[in-house]
Design a protein around this ligand. Structure first.
Ligand SMILES: NC(=O)C1=CN([C@@H]2O[C@H](COP(=O)(O)OP(=O)(O)OC[C@H]3O[C@@H](n4cnc5c(N)ncnc54)[C@H](O)[C@@H]3O)[C@@H](O)[C@H]2O)[C@@H](O)CC1
Ligand SMILES: [K+]
Length: 502
């Protein structure tokens, strides 16, 4: 699914109005009807007081139209117009008049007005600002937002929590509505997925308001949401007439004394993701434990007992995953450099591999095209330097990925993969996955997919999706707290199966 920029969302509106021969008021009515039905389905006429805070633009217009639909069904409704501008939008005015025709007069809120009481059992609808926000709210409007946030009432935001921008982080956090749920129109918004802005709504969902399908299909964007539908488009079914060599050979290079679990998790995950063969290249001290714990995995050892001292092997892997548990000893760095100088295989680099690249940035130009790097925020900062905010982080990540022709997987609550100027936002995963070894399993899954002939970008997108889905399926049985990396591996199979359910 596409994620659109504010300008494109406006265009989608305009095309819809033109092609479906609607008035803009009718489109707003569609939006308000969807909002109404959402609430009505849940409230079933229970007499809960609904406080609607409406701005003077179209977001406010949505709020006023919703208030009318609620009043028509006898819901107790209190409407406040946050009167921040005398320039009221046309559709705001139409809906304002329609409300008055029902003999309902909204309360106008201006600077210094007393604010209404908002008891915890009531519902607040936030329709102050939508996508049109283009500067910080004035102090008295921010005070209304703070008043909403101080209430324990359930807060439902219309389109976006008021104060949230589509393309920047708000300067003042407390001038943004803290929504319990957001009902957003048709298309997902980038700030829902970023750590600094995603915090303004606990949950969100999209309401289909019938925007022009042709426009949505044809518009080109650089932001994409990746779910089951998207990964199924490049899913490769297993062939009946095939053998283990059909599905490639992953070589996992890593491990050091005390950190042998990391490459074990990667190797096992690569196996479960479907690689034909997996070999681990580790320091000698890990030999026995590897051979005992993972009978499917072949093992080569480096000469040193406790860490990788050279990388020399006499086999032809399809893909190399370097880094899990590898350590950053000088001798390991030298071995990695020598390996990179002659390597042409697709590479996945994680953990200490990323730390080595961050410390020795000259090595970056030795990476083959479309090398997959999988940094968590700390590793990313070491690689690309500090950023001002999440939007700046994405801009810097794009530039870095372009400079070295990388597939850059930015691990986070919503992992974003960056490649050739495009952002791919993953939709699976949960906070239980913030646990030791989770990243090592992701590295293994991605390598396992490259082995099966997915191109590096597809492998990264599919790998991130499967990893998150495995985590989601696992918490259904295990809870967030008890989720471990090993369980993520155990659920890779269920994650595959879930692609074909419903
Ligand atoms: N296809 C869609 O996405 C649809 C959008 N609709 C609604 O329209 C909204 C966008 O409406 P608008 O463009 O009118 O904008 P908003 O209602 O978000 O903002 C109101 C206006 O206030 C002004 N403004 C911006 N920042 C301000 C500030 N800090 N203080 C005071 N004034 C400020 C701007 O001129 C802006 O146009 C969407 O968020 C959505 O709720 C719906 O009506 C239905 C269709
Ligand atoms: K809003």
């Amino acid at each position: 699914m596409k994620i659109l920029h504010a300008k494109q969302l406006k265009e989608a509106d305009e095309y819809t109005i033109k092609r479906q021969q609607l008035s803009s008021w009718q489109l707003m009515e569609r939006a308000a009807t969807q909002l109404f039905e959402w609430l009505h389905n849940r409230l079933q006429q229970s007499p809960v007081t609904i406080h609607l805070f409406c701005g003077t633009g179209n977001n406010g217009g949505d709020g006023l139209a919703l208030a009318r639909l609620l009043l028509e069904q006898q819901y107790p409704v209190k409407v406040y117009v946050v009167n921040f501008s005398e320039q009221r939008s046309t559709d705001f005015l139409i809906n304002y008049n329609k409300l008055k025709e029902l003999n309902h007069w909204p309360e106008l809120l201006k600077a210094d007005d007393a604010l209404p009481e908002l008891p915890p059992q009531d519902i607040i609808v936030d329709a102050i600002f939508g996508q049109g926000l283009n500067r910080p709210a004035e102090d008295w409007v921010a005070a209304i937002i703070q008043h909403i946030n101080a209430s324990k009432a359930f807060t439902l935001a219309v389109d976006v929590p008021s104060g949230m921008y589509l393309d920047q982080v708000p300067k003042e956090q407390d001038a943004v509505v803290q929504a319990n749920h957001t009902l957003s129109f048709q298309v997902a918004k980038l700030p829902f997925f970023l750590p600094q802005t995603g915090i303004f709504t606990d949950t969100w969902e999209l309401l289909d308001i019938g925007l022009d399908a042709q426009y949505l299909q044809e518009v080109t964007t650089d932001m994409h949401l990746i779910g089951a539908m998207e990964v199924l488009q490049f899913y490769k079914p297993r062939k009946r007439f095939s053998h283990k060599n059909t599905y490639g050979h992953v070589l996992v290079i890593g491990g050091s004394y005390g950190k042998m679990g990391a490459p074990m998790l990667s190797a096992e995950a690569a196996m479960n993701a479907g690689a034909g063969l997996v070999t681990a290249y580790i320091p000698k001290c890990g030999y026995q434990i590897f051979q005992t714990a993972l009978p499917e995995v072949m093992v080569l050892t480096s000469r040193h007992e406790e860490y990788i001292s050279e990388i020399e092997f006499d086999l032809k892997p399809t893909v190399v995953a370097f880094g899990p548990g590898a350590n950053t000893k000088e001798v390991t760095i030298r071995a990695f450099r020598a390996f990179l100088e002659s390597n042409t295989l697709t590479l996945v680099v994680d953990a200490d591999g990323l730390n080595i690249l961050a410390q020795h940035q000259g090595l970056l130009s030795l990476l083959p095209a479309k090398t997959i790097l999988t940094p968590h925020p700390g590793e990313l900062k070491r690689l690309i330097g500090a950023w001002e905010d999440d939007f700046d982080k994405l801009a810097k990540a794009k530039a870095f990925a372009a400079q070295y022709d990388l597939v850059l997987v930015l691990k986070d609550a919503y992992t974003i993969t960056v490649c050739e100027g495009q952002l791919y936002v993953n939709t699976t995963g949960n906070p239980g996955m913030a646990t030791a070894g989770s990243g090592d399993t992701l590295t293994g899954i991605i390598a396992g997919l490259v082995a099966q002939q997915y191109d590096p970008l597809q492998a990264a997108l599919f790998g991130v999706y499967l990893h998150g889905k495995a985590g989601d399926l696992s918490v259904e049985k295990n809870s967030y707290q008890a989720l471990t990396a090993t369980e993520i591996i155990d659920f890779i199979g269920d994650a595959y199966l879930s692609l074909f359910e419903g």
